[in-house]
Design a protein around this ligand. Structure first.
Ligand SMILES: [Zn+2]
Ligand SMILES: [Zn+2]
Length: 214
């Protein structure tokens, strides 16, 4: 087999993809309960009258050229093209790391400071039965559409759910409370997942921080 330099190139890693060094997926002890109701007595929970009070303002968003769905957590690149944040992260997985429309190179700062590319402020969704995954820095909620899909799979009694997570194949395992993703078998990454109340105490949504350190 021919030696390929590009295979050794470290893949860029967004904050929410960093692995929690304290988490050993093979240890029974390090597993979280999938349903976390510990925060259901907090002040934000008390204000909840229904399961899902937060929804989008209802304005119809432009279509994303990658997923062909209304733009979710939109980010704008310097070339002025916009994509869903999670779709844009997928572009960083490609060798070219360029805009999906005009092929202009995406600034590397997009990985370190994706919030500066967001076209709207990311608000903490306050809702029960939200789905989270844990990186090195803490818990993140999944992007809204993914939330709905995961919850539907969970409610229908499935034990796993397969999806595209940040441009990579990912499997959520509801029994083990983990998600597994990666380029191939040898680069698999494992993160804890849980279901509970989302509020501003978490880091952000899908890798976009609610509070960006200045
Ligand atoms: Zn998209
Ligand atoms: Zn472009």
């Amino acid at each position: 087999m021919k030696f390929n330099d590009w295979q050794l190139e470290p893949q860029p890693v967004f904050l929410d993809e960093e692995i929690d060094p304290d988490f050993n997926p093979n240890s029974e002890l390090s597993r979280s309960r999938i349903i976390d109701d510990s925060d259901l007595d907090g002040p934000e929970a008390k204000r909840l009258k229904h399961d899902n009070i937060l929804e989008d303002g209802g304005n119809q968003k432009a279509e994303c050229a990658i997923c062909l769905l209304p733009m979710e957590l939109p980010v704008r690149f310097p070339c002025s093209h916009e994509f869903c944040f999670t779709c844009a992260k997928g572009l960083m997985r490609t060798t070219a790391k360029s805009c999906g429309i005009c092929r202009t190179e995406i600034p590397l700062n997009f990985i370190k400071n994706p919030e500066s590319f967001a076209t709207e402020t990311v608000q903490a969704p306050i809702r029960k039965n939200s789905w989270f995954y844990k990186s090195r820095s803490g818990w993140w909620v999944y992007a809204p559409r993914m939330q709905t899909e995961i919850e539907n799979a969970f409610q229908s009694g499935k034990s796993t759910y397969e999806c595209i997570f940040n441009g990579r194949n990912c499997v959520l395992d509801f029994k083990k409370s983990i998600q597994t993703f990666g380029e191939n078998e040898f680069q698999k990454k494992v993160q804890k997942i849980k279901r509970g109340l989302s509020d501003s105490s978490h880091l952000g949504v899908a890798g976009l921080r609610y509070r960006v350190p200045s």
